[in-house]
Design a protein around this ligand. Structure first.
Ligand SMILES: NC(=O)c1ccc[n+]([C@@H]2O[C@H](COP(=O)([O-])OP(=O)(O)OC[C@H]3O[C@@H](n4cnc5c(N)ncnc54)[C@H](OP(=O)(O)O)[C@@H]3O)[C@@H](O)[C@H]2O)c1
Length: 445
């Protein structure tokens, strides 16, 4: 591993140097163990501690298949899917690996008694498989997490529609929270040159998801002047949704749960902010009954902030707790676009407000190849910025996942894998200098 790291840290390593490095037989990786999938049985979600289920193990280097790349991972990031995997909710991810393993002899590699997690990476290509021409050893890359087989015509217009669509490092093995990772080469994208490894590794999953959900015609198709209600506006997804709304000439109405998060939204440029804790919204009277007066109170607050207008789009992901309110506050003809259900997936809303006011509910999930590429391009151009707040070592990934599980984090939480320290990997100092305050926004608060 030292030889790999030395080559990456040296400024004059060539593709031939990387290709000549002898690969190790094993590498360090953050794993879940299949024989522990029942370890939290009977516990409430909040009591399930990722520090006990996530391990740092030596695992065998997987065989490289056609169209794939082995990447030396300098940095990765924690996503909420790391939390779901680590608490085995709503299902154990080993079921995904078993199902994937039944597809072909090559996918069988993924069905192991351990699961290497992680759906983001920034690093350097070490080897490419048969049939790969666009990438070579030594290329500095980030990887998006869309894994598709593309053998069915269903996915040929929109790769998210592939029947064998999976999220790498969640529904497949050999993810990014490790020293090395295995990806399909059409997941690879150029690493933004003005960012450090840990900054470059942090947007991937959430940035691409927010792009499809809010900007793309496959999602809400946001346009200039739209009012966009963004739940969790300083969180992983929300911190990108807020940037897209501002960059696209829309008005974000940012919902957060404390002053510090409100401050971050202001630093991004948002003016309309709702502190859901301070304002004490209680959309549910009890477990089964919602309180429409509370929906109305939220709608009234939104009108106060917008000069009397309702929202064109609601950027939804909390799910059960907020969905009834989201449907209510959307303007006539508006869109509620949802990609998740953090607080519960059995949603309840009053359908009269949907059909009578001709509103739409749109489901959105990650991003297709092109959307992921476009979202990364915007980061590379310095138009959308990473929202990295804190960086942990690979050994501390359990703590990093616990922070996200307990909603104690801001924006994104990074993880150093092979990178020996933060701050490395910047290739375009001039572009970085121009955007430094924006890049550091989430760190400074
Ligand atoms: N389908 C996809 O492709 C996709 C992609 C990415 C993420 N996701 C899912 O989307 C969800 C959010 O991911 P994330 O990365 O943004 O997580 P995150 O970083 O934890 O941010 C979510 C934010 O939502 C707010 N929130 C949480 N529970 C809430 C509730 N009950 N009511 C209102 N607001 C609440 C919190 O902000 P405040 O406390 O400040 O309000 C929190 O910071 C997760 O379930 C994740 O698995 C799905």
């Amino acid at each position: 591993m030292k030889e790999i790291l030395d080559a990456i840290l040296s400024s004059d390593s060539t593709a031939a140097d990387f290709a000549a490095i002898k690969l190790p037989e094993s590498y360090r990786a953050v794993t879940l163990h299949k024989d522990e999938e029942q370890m939290f049985a009977g516990l409430a979600s909040r009591d399930k501690d990722p520090r006990t289920s996530l391990h740092l193990d030596d695992v065998a280097l997987p065989e490289l298949g056609p169209g794939e790349a082995l990447v030396a991972v300098m940095a990765s990031a924690v996503n909420y899917n790391t939390v779901w995997s680590s608490i085995f909710e709503p299902v154990s991810t080993f079921g995904f690996l078993e199902r994937y393993g039944r597809l072909s002899p090559l996918t069988k590699r993924h069905d192991l008694p351990y699961h290497v997690l992680g759906s983001d990476l920034a690093g350097v290509v070490l080897r490419t498989g048969a049939g790969v021409n666009a990438w070579k050893p030594g290329d500095e890359v980030v990887a998006h997490c869309l894994s598709v087989e593309l053998e069915s015509s269903d996915g040929h217009n929109d790769t998210m529609m592939d029947p064998e669509q999976r999220i790498w490092g969640f529904e497949t093995n050999f993810g990014g929270l490790a020293q090395l990772a295995l990806v399909k080469t059409n997941q690879l994208m150029p690493k933004p040159a003005h960012l450090t490894w840990e900054e470059a590794a942090s947007p991937g999953l959430v940035n691409s998801t927010a792009y499809r959900q809010l900007v793309s015609q496959n999602g809400a198709g946001m346009k200039q002047g739209d009012n966009v209600l963004i739940w969790g506006a300083s969180g992983g997804l929300g911190s990108y949704a807020t940037q897209y709304a501002l960059a696209g000439g829309a008005t974000p109405i940012c919902v957060v749960s404390n002053d510090q998060k409100a401050e971050i939204c202001r630093a991004m440029g948002a003016e309309a902010i709702i502190d859901r804790s301070a304002e004490g919204y209680r959309f549910w009277k009890d477990e089964n009954t919602q309180d429409p007066r509370e929906w109305k109170r939220l709608g009234g607050r939104i009108r106060e902030l917008t000069g009397g207008e309702d929202v064109d789009i609601v950027f939804e992901h909390p799910g059960r707790e907020t969905f009834g309110a989201s449907v209510y506050v959307t303007r006539k003809g508006g869109t509620i676009v949802t990609c998740a259900s953090t607080s519960g997936y059995m949603h309840q809303y009053d359908n009269r407000y949907l059909w009578m006011s001709l509103k739409k509910i749109v489901g959105s999930h990650f991003a297709n190849y092109r959307e992921a590429w476009e979202a990364n391009r915007l980061v590379a151009k310095g138009k959308i910025h990473p929202t990295l707040s804190k960086v942990y070592s690979l050994e501390q990934t359990g703590q990093a996942a616990l922070d996200v599980h307990q909603n104690k984090h801001q924006g994104k939480v990074g993880v150093l894998c092979l990178a020996p320290s933060e701050g490395l990997g910047v290739r375009d100092a001039e572009l970085r200098e121009k955007h430094l305050p924006a890049i550091n926004r989430f760190r400074d608060i």
